[in-house]
Ligand binder design. Sequence first.
Ligand code: NDP
Ligand code: MG
Length: 387
Amino acid sequence: MKTLTILGATGSIGRQALDVIAAYHPEIRIGFLTTNTNVELLAQQVERFRPYGVAICSEEAYCQFRRSSSFQGPVLCGSEGILAAAAWAENDIVLAAMVGFAGVEPTLAAIERGATIALANKETLVVAGELITERARERGSPILAVDSEHSAILQCIVGENIESVERVILTASGGPFRGLSPHELACVTPEQALQHPTWSMGAKITIDSATLMNKGFEVIEAHWLFGLAAEQIAVLVHPQSIVHSLVEFRDGSVKAQLGVPDMRLPIHYALTYPQRQPTELPRISWQSLSRLDFEQPDVARFPCLRLAYEALVAGGAATAVLNAADEIAVAAYLQRQIAFTTIPHVIEQTLDAIAPSEATSLEALIEYDRLARHTASQIVSQHVQRT
Ligand code: NDP
Ligand code: MG
């Protein structure tokens, strides 16, 4: 029996993880399930999975759950409640599937307890990659990628020496707007941006996929997970999303991991690593797969990818500022305050205004996050006034 806590159980990854556990992992006991506000779904999950406890970030939602549920286990409240669930001493594995900066501190708390981290929340490494990987090393807390590209790389390098890797190539679907001109891009609506061509995901990552910031975050994630320099991490647009990433070795060989675009497979692999266990998950239909295309990403039309590389090379708190500015810009776009093409402007102007330097402590990163959110919000207001 292993005990697994899911941070963000009601989200896209959290729900799929529970499906995978129900189907293939009778050996897993559920520790805590956490949510921000979605207590209706949490109540259903509690009925079905009988966790040890739950944690609810929103106070209002916590009160609602308390009123309506007869659940007998611990019910924790607020961000302190989420932290306590992450740090619960009986957690063997913590699936970090919250979205954005909010996932950083709970993931760190789980690492401090020495739990294995199944990491979906890539923003954790974008914001605090150095701190997280250093503490994970010191505490002996393995970090296993759930993100499909990084799971692919992990699967390609099992049994290999990381020194023999020349570079990795992350594949990107290119998002729904791959073929649009700059003028067309300026008018795309949140409804259009939320229609991802190959993956069904939460709103924030879906917009990040449309701007290619998601791929930029994944470059930073690959840097911290596999210890690769920025120039060893390339990106290729691959619209079919069948090849999840490639690893080029120093002898000229290339390995790739392929599969249908379905997050349940990388979630399952993180739970069985380094073993493989059978599943009934969908198989590639080779008859209907007539071609696999690869093309260079267009950083002129999608500048977020360039901004992410630049922040990675700049180092220090630059990637924490990048993340905070992106969260503000994406929220403003979803609220129809700014155009799709203004998202990268807000992020670049925030990075220019703050000129971030070294920051390795959690406190310093929290301070940069706060400052960057404030600055990015002001820049959003300036753009709103101009339109
Ligand atoms: P969702 O928005 O679908 O779910 C996020 C989860 O976190 C929900 O349970 C949500 O609660 C909870 N949550 C959000 N904000 C807070 C907060 N402030 N405090 C506590 N809990 C919070 O996101 P996804 O599942 O799509 O993504 C989760 C993470 O995984 C992201 O970092 C994303 O980049 C990464 N990822 C996702 C993939 C996917 O296919 N979806 C693929 C690869 C990586 P509530 O339900 O109440 O909102
Ligand atoms: Mg991914």
